[in-house]
Design a protein around this ligand. Structure first.
Ligand SMILES: Cc1ncc(C[n+]2csc(CCOP(=O)(O)OP(=O)(O)O)c2C)c(N)n1
Length: 688
């Protein structure tokens, strides 16, 4: 058997990045059928972008602008060429470097200036700066730092277009470096599998910060990745605005006509550093000069001049006008008001406009398990609102790993019960995009443990959208959580503390069939991202009457599961039953226990907790989640803070130890809080 020695890249070698451009210096594609006026519009858009980026960069370097700048100088052909292929109601999802593209999509110069200066009336009202904004009114998605987070969201907008049969398209753009992320791969695969109307563009500007392209991919071209997804990929001269435009028009029309996604890579060059502070000393001179000879603006000017569309005077006038507009707008923006510091806590959640039906729901109904109650809630909401749809792994014909979606595929069809690839980032991110377009997605996680691979989209997109842009994101992520089924460390977590730690996510944890149905209906109707945790041990272990009619159990309201006067137990999900059993045993010993079932962890019903502790003067918190920096810690701290003088005893917590959930029955039983632990803790308070 022959042995081969692996050939590894020499870390000291001169980077292959920035291959000598293969494209002509002079040539500008003439395939496009744009009118003279449209050609000049493209030119003006490129000039304005360059004027803005250059001015911002100079301001930053001279200490007149805070925050950050990520100049796209040198990339104007790709930015303008790609976005100009879109219609006004199409969607663009870009990154930190896409200012010129956002301008071409229609965001005003004023909005951009206000955002850079963190002003109150800017698009993110001072909550984010530089190019990190959204302009949903012109179809530009929110820009956030993690790369390329707008990809899955753009895919979700395309999903909404496909579901509604609307002839609209999304274009998602990023740099070549970002194509190495799992986010990118999940988004492209997801779109390819579902044949969504989306175009993926890559601006290969030769460096990801300082990293050359041969440390980013082993392929010759980034567009070669397309073959791995079964979609077309193409490389274009990214410094030729018409080549970019033509390629994008073809890809956009392909997507619009239902033929699915494609990838376009624009080979271009970032003329300035990665950011304002970076002098890009790592770019070899010969590479820089090769590309600078092919500057996209100079090439297009030469083309327009050759065609007799641009004279020297007109060129000078266009440049001067753009520069003056930029200077005037930035000076004007500087005079606008800063955000009011008293609003720092505002806007995390959208207010629900449809009134919550908070009449106590009917309590009569046939006996049902929790899994059937969840299934009924999904079916009724899908029946009531055609915007509600489900997606997840195996949720279709198979009915989900725990059968929560059984029968829904047959009833509502494959467009509303979507089997997805294993791609939590793509599922959650595309739910955000679909929600922004007016849909009400419900994502099933096969186990709540798989929230981890989707967490970036949850906390950086779903949770931040309303706070930063004012747009609401009504979506539910639901799935089985909790232990007790001998499922081991990766199928048993209780992630409520993890989720509650992030602003902008509501967290719901039902304890039985009745509240499971009402809370799920309320979660679907809520205008915010809600994570709905279904304790899998409760799925089939208890039955109670569940009304057939639809009803809501309002979010943010706890339930007094048992009244008592000596001690308050605050708990939720499966631990409600452990605590109720403990309360029963303690009653025999003449200790009266009040059990509060929180039902919703975010927002938490402090009023009910405080009222109960004021009455009993004692508090025990029982939780299944790990103890360190958890919901139990937070409740302890808040109650100690606000009700210290009303407490007769220390606050106690009954929790697992700070370890992973173990598999062996003996270990898992030792891990999970048991009735005896609760009884012992309450007795330890020496009430009698
Ligand atoms: C997920 C993620 N990791 C790291 C970063 C830090 N970062 C910001 S820009 C950048 C380079 C991006 O390169 P590329 O995708 O080619 O885009 P470009 O900046 O060249 O436009 C890095 C590493 C980030 N924003 N997101």
């Amino acid at each position: 058997m022959s042995q081969t020695t692996p050939v590894r890249a020499d870390p000291e070698s001169i980077p292959r990045s920035s291959p000598p451009p293969e494209f002509e210096i002079e040539a500008v594609s003439a395939a496009s059928d744009l009118s003279d006026e449209q050609l000049l519009d493209l030119y003006q858009a490129m000039v304005l972008g360059r004027a803005l980026e250059t001015r911002l960069h100079n301001m930053y370097r001279s200490g007149r602008l805070g925050g950050a700048v990520y100049p796209g100088v040198g990339q104007e052909a790709a930015m303008v060429g790609f976005v100009s292929a879109l219609r006004p109601d199409d969607i663009f999802g870009g990154t930190h470097r896409d200012l010129t593209a956002h301008l071409a999509k229609g965001i005003s110069l004023e909005s951009v200036a206000l955002n850079f200066l963190g002003k109150a009336d800017g698009p993110s009202r001072g909550r984010d700066g530089n190019s990190h904004f959204a302009a949903l009114d012109v179809g530009s998605l929110m820009v956030v730092s993690p790369l390329p987070d707008a990809y899955p969201v753009a895919v979700g907008t395309a999903l909404a277009f496909q579901q509604r049969n609307e002839p609209r398209v999304a274009l998602a753009n990023c740099g070549e470096g970002a194509t190495a992320t799992g986010t990118w791969h999940e988004a492209v695969n997801f779109a390819a599998v579902l044949r969504l109307p989306v175009v993926f563009t890559i601006q290969n500007n030769q460096f990801a910060y300082s990293t050359p392209t041969d440390r980013e991919t082993a392929l010759r071209h980034f567009a070669d990745r397309a073959a791995g997804y079964g979609i077309p990929g193409q490389v274009v001269d990214g410094n030729d605005v018409l080549a970019c435009y033509d390629a994008a028009v073809t890809a956009v029309e392909r997507a619009r006509s239902g033929q699915g996604p494609s990838i376009i890579e624009a080979e271009t060059f970032r003329r300035l550093g990665h950011a304002g502070h970076d002098r890009a000393d790592y770019v070899p001179d010969e590479i820089r000069s090769g590309w600078e000879e092919r500057d996209p603006l100079a090439r297009f000017e030469a083309y327009l001049t050759r065609r007799g569309l641009l004279g020297d005077d007109q060129r000078a006038e266009i440049l001067a006008d753009a520069e003056q507009r930029v200077v005037d707008t930035l000076e004007w923006a500087a005079t606008r008001p800063d955000p009011d510091p008293t609003t720092v806590g505002d806007g995390v959640f959208a207010h629900r406009l449809v009134p919550v039906d908070d009449r106590p729901g009917p309590t009569e109904g046939p006996e049902s398990t929790m899994i059937d109650a969840i299934n009924a809630a999904l079916a009724q909401e899908m029946e009531r609102d055609e915007n509600v749809f489900l997606m997840g792994e195996d949720v279709g014909r198979f009915g989900g790993a725990f059968k929560a979606t059984a029968g829904l595929y047959e009833r509502f069809g494959p467009e509303r019960v979507i089997d997805t690839p294993i791609a939590e980032m793509a599922m959650i991110g595309s739910a955000v995009g679909a929600a922004l377009m007016g849909r009400r997605p419900v994502v099933e996680l096969q186990y709540s443990d798989f929230i981890y691979p989707g967490l970036d989209q949850l906390v950086n997109e779903a949770a931040k959208y309303h706070w930063k842009t004012g747009a609401s994101v009504p979506m539910v992520v639901r799935g089985p959580s909790g232990g007790g089924l001998r499922a081991g460390p990766n199928h048993s977590i209780s992630p409520e503390g993890l989720l509650a730690h992030h602003p902008g996510i509501k967290v719901v944890a039902p304890s039985g069939p009745y509240n499971a149905k009402g809370l799920l209906i309320a979660s679907i109707r809520d205008p915010n991202p809600v994570v709905y945790l279904e304790h899998k041990k409760l799925y089939r272990s208890i039955k109670e009457p569940v009304p057939e009619a639809d009803y809501e159990v309002p979010l943010g309201q706890a339930n007094v599961a048992r009244e008592g006067s000596d001690v308050t137990i605050v708990t939720w999900a499966a631990m409600v039953h452990t605590s109720l059993e403990a309360a029963k045993r303690l009653e025999a010993e003449d200790v009266s226990v009040e059990v509060i079932d929180l039902q919703t962890l975010i927002p938490l019903d402090w009023q009910t907790v405080f009222a109960s502790v004021s009455k009993t003067s004692r508090l025990v918190i029982v939780q299944e989640d790990s103890p360190f920096a958890s919901i139990a810690s937070e409740i302890s701290a808040r109650v100690a803070d606000e009700l210290f003088w009303e407490l007769d005893t220390p606050i106690k917590r009954v929790t697992p130890p700070q370890v992973h959930v173990p598999f062996a029955p003996a270990l898992e039983d030792a891990y999970l809080p048991q009735v005896e632990d609760v009884v012992a803790t309450v007795k330890g308070l020496a009430i009698r």
